[in-house]
Design a protein around this ligand. Structure first.
Ligand SMILES: [Zn+2]
Length: 98
């Protein structure tokens, strides 16, 4: 059973990509400070999400940052607009929402 840092929105505490554990951190003021709703740090193996986002935005941001992590850890070399297309496609499947 997954552990959630944000129980209500089902944001997991950590995820695993290619055998690497990535911690998910709710980072206050991320949007204001970095002008970004989320961030993947490949050095620290952490994904940061601004908790001020609404539930749907938190989830879509997590999906985006997970794709960033997959791109990095599998050396996929995807251009950023393709990461954004994958984000929209995966979120559009519906099961990540709600
Ligand atoms: Zn991005």
């Amino acid at each position: 059973m997954a552990e959630y840092i944000e129980k209500k929105y089902h944001i997991p505490k950590e995820i695993e990509v290619n055998g690497m554990s990535i911690e998910i951190i709710m980072e206050e003021e991320l949007l204001r400070r970095k002008d970004s709703s989320g961030q993947f740090d490949p050095m620290k193996m952490k994904i940061y999400i601004d908790p001020a986002l609404c539930p749907a935005q938190q989830k879509v941001t997590l999906v985006h940052e997970v794709i960033e992590a997959i791109n990095h850890l599998y050396d996929m070399d995807l251009e950023h607009h393709k990461i954004c297309l994958l984000e929209a496609a995966l979120f559009g499947l519906g099961f990540l929402q709600g």
